[in-house]
Design a protein. Structure first.
Length: 723
């Protein structure tokens, strides 16, 4: 066999291997892109709750950033801690929903009811499509159920999370939720585990899991394989031997190495000791803090102390103006020049960077008055140099960062996932240094997490499930248009207060209210329920043309019937009560009634004789809910169009009512100390024509007759013919 022929064979084998590797690379790339595309489509085109997960370095943070820049749905970004919220450019779960920090015990705890939430935020919550929660692995199960409780009450929607879609981002193999012994003692009888997936509301929502699989942080397949083994606790002797290759006894810390520690006190001790060993001058730089920026979310030291020669880490990405960034969050360097007004850092490549102060912002969500869009408003700022001492950092604070060189003592880990988080921070296997031999016992993994992950793997979503969920999304939105369950809830409350309170003061008005409630219930609520059931049959068994025809007819019917609510609104507008609590409750219910009616009418008016488009419907619906109380004003115009007869509208009733009010101010006593509202109604109805007949009216006592009898008769004589 000639040498030339052997060379050709070798070259052919090389080409085949190269092509195979290239195809495998692109297959993995396409697989990852498909997962990202699937997640994006599920968020944009369905209402399904999603847990987006993946190993460290698979691009979850990048996906979140890109998603929030292009997403059309109305959303908020939340996180379990202040630091995580700053990193995600959102707000904390507790602050957004005004939750306290005590455990939420299902069926017993009703404190998290949203009563402390301001009106603007109520309108934001009612108009939300999507809630994004980053670092979900640190969120305790009961917190999600508390969120569910608030959303259901504020949105008056019995669906899980009040019908709002959730996007939960995180990795359960990283840092777990914190549940103290006392907290878990309260919760253990109600939850299988402290993890978010044990939330009752989330379980009932039939959520899906999408896992990102391609790792961008590391390129070394051997290192990735080791990390996966640690992550899943599938640690073989080969893995142990491989990790122990990086065990370097008595390793002397070199420049650009950072030590990952389990506790804050260890970090402080190392950094302080290293700084004090430098004999140069100490410079102090104080942060500028404006307005609302609480201390527990400070992203850096309030007073930053540095010396020339100190090792630092950048803790913020440089704002780029189209140029290449000089630094990023997690980049290490050394301070080479200091003055009161200047800091120069040399990076690992020897490039010098003039560091300037940067600003962190504390946000609050609000509604744009002109567009009703959900926007972030800056409520406080923290301005400081974006660097900190970095000979050491806690594993907890290293989450999300990438280092070229890291020193780790894995045997001191105390929490689930800590070893994996620490090891996966390093970009390369060669950059890793272990200060003690690797002990598999240090890898703590909760088997409840393993069971959950295994269950989720058994029914992964794909394009087929996406198609089904898209169809469900469209049908559910059509059904929602004709769903009057919120109206029914308002009517039930109104019926109860009408029976218990209104009937005692306004007999005739109460009868009208009862009649109108019955008609609205029968002709709107019940018919809506029937039509909702029909939609399911039509949608799955008929073409879209027939569905659109049925929608058009239904819109015409309900649009006309909803006008009947104007009569009820009108009657309630004119009711007056001595009891302020009753009056306030009636007014609130009337506002809710008029707003709900106005939203449905405007939605139906905009969709008349048009094909149902989900995006158009959702945008308009949410815009209307965001307006909130502004809608009730339009509803009250019905006063000029509707006529409702009743005692309360007679001239005598109005005259007596105004006299009592004037007398109250004159004598500086409450109105009901003069005569009660019920008594005014009795007088207006009976129309007594003498003092003797007035004295027999229920509610008129001897004192009232003595003080006000003649004045009352004088008023009566102006409207009633006295014999």
């Amino acid at each position: 066999m000639s040498l030339c022929f052997l060379s050709q064979i070798c070259f052919a084998i090389y080409i085949i291997v190269f092509i195979t590797l290239l195809l495998n690379f692109y297959a993995e790339k396409m697989k990852s892109n498909k997962q990202l595309d699937l997640a994006k489509l599920y968020i944009e085109q369905t209402s399904r709750n999603i847990f987006l997960t993946g190993r460290a370095g698979t691009g979850k943070t990048t996906f979140l950033k890109q998603l929030t820049e292009t997403l059309l749905k109305r959303f908020v970004v939340l996180a379990p801690t202040g630091v995580a919220a700053l990193n995600a450019q959102g707000v904390t779960i507790h602050s957004f929903f005004q939750l306290d920090f005590t455990p939420f015990v299902p069926y017993f705890n009703n404190r998290h009811n949203g009563t402390k939430i301001r009106k603007e935020k109520l309108n934001i919550i009612r108009s939300l499509d999507l809630i994004i929660i980053d670092e979900i692995s640190m969120v305790r199960c009961d917190i999600l159920d508390a969120v569910d409780d608030v959303l259901k009450k504020i949105r008056r929607n019995i669906l899980p999370f009040g019908g709002v879609q959730l996007l939960l981002i995180g990795d359960l193999r990283q840092l777990p939720p914190v549940a103290t012994d006392e907290e878990w003692l309260l919760l253990k009888d109600h939850y299988q585990s402290p993890y978010f997936f044990s939330s009752h509301a989330l379980y009932n929502s039939d959520f899906i899991t999408i896992e990102l699989e391609e790792v961008f942080r590391q390129n070394d397949k051997k290192f990735i394989s080791i990390l996966n083994a640690v992550r899943e606790n599938h640690i073989t002797q080969t893995v142990i031997d491989s990790l122990n290759e990086r065990y370097i006894p008595n390793f002397k810390t070199k420049e650009n190495y950072i030590q990952l520690c389990t506790h804050n006190h260890q970090v402080k001790e190392i950094n302080d000791k290293k700084l004090s060993s430098i004999k140069s001058k100490t410079y102090s730089y104080e942060a500028d803090i404006e307005e609302d920026f609480p201390e527990h979310i400070y992203p850096n030291e309030k007073v930053l102390k540095l010396k020339a020669g100190a090792q630092i880490m950048f803790i913020k990405n440089e704002m780029s103006n189209g140029n290449k960034r000089q630094y990023y969050n997690g980049k290490l360097g050394k301070v080479v020049e200091l003055s009161d007004e200047k800091i120069v850092v040399e990076d690992e490549e020897g490039k010098k960077i003039n560091v300037h102060k940067d600003t962190w912002r504390n946000y609050r969500y609000h509604l744009n008055k002109n567009t009703n869009a959900i926007e972030q408003r800056v409520i406080g700022t923290f301005t400081q140099y974006p660097i900190k001492l970095a000979w050491a950092i806690t594993i907890h604070k290293s989450q999300g960062l990438t280092f070229d060189k890291a020193i780790i003592d894995s045997n001191n880990a105390f929490a689930n996932g800590q070893v994996y988080v620490a090891l996966s921070r390093c970009r390369t296997f060669e950059g890793l240094v272990l200060t003690s031999q690797f002990n598999p016992a240090s890898v703590k993994i909760d088997f409840k997490v393993s069971d959950f992950n295994e269950e989720q793997q058994s029914h992964k979503p794909d394009q087929n499930t996406l198609a089904c969920d898209k169809q469900k999304f469209i049908i559910n939105n059509i059904k929602e248009l004709f769903d009057f369950s919120t109206l029914e809830l308002i009517l039930k409350k109104l019926d109860r207060i009408n029976t218990e309170d209104i009937s005692r003061f306004h007999t005739r008005a109460s009868e009208k209210i009862k009649t109108l409630i019955g008609k609205i219930q029968e002709r709107i609520v019940i018919v809506g329920q029937t039509f909702g059931r029909q939609i399911d049959k039509i949608a799955y068994n008929s073409d879209t043309t027939y569905l659109n025809e049925r929608n058009t007819k239904a819109i015409d019917y309900f649009f006309n019937e909803l006008q009947m609510i104007n009569q009820l609104v009108f009657v309630l507008c004119y009711l007056n009560f001595d009891n302020q609590d009753i009056g306030t409750t009636v007014e609130e219910l009337n506002n809710e009634l008029s707003i709900e009616k106005e939203i449905k009418v405007r939605l139906m008016e905009s969709l008349k004789n048009k094909e149902f488009e989900v995006a158009t419907y959702i945008n308009l619906r949410n815009n209307l809910y965001a307006q909130g109380d502004k809608l009730k004003l339009d509803s009250f115009k019905v006063k000029q169009k509707t006529s409702v007869k009743g005692i309360e509208e007679t001239d005598l009733y109005k005259a007596l009512y105004e006299w009592r009010l004037k007398k109250s101010k004159e004598l500086k006593i409450p109105v009901y100390f003069i005569i009660s509202q019920k008594t005014i109604l009795n007088i207006a109805e009976k129309e007594p024509k003498s003092l003797d007949k007035l004295a027999k009216i229920q509610g008129i006592g001897d004192k009232s007759m003595k003080k006000f009898g003649r004045e009352i008769m004088e008023i009566i004589s102006n409207y009633v013919l006295i014999d």
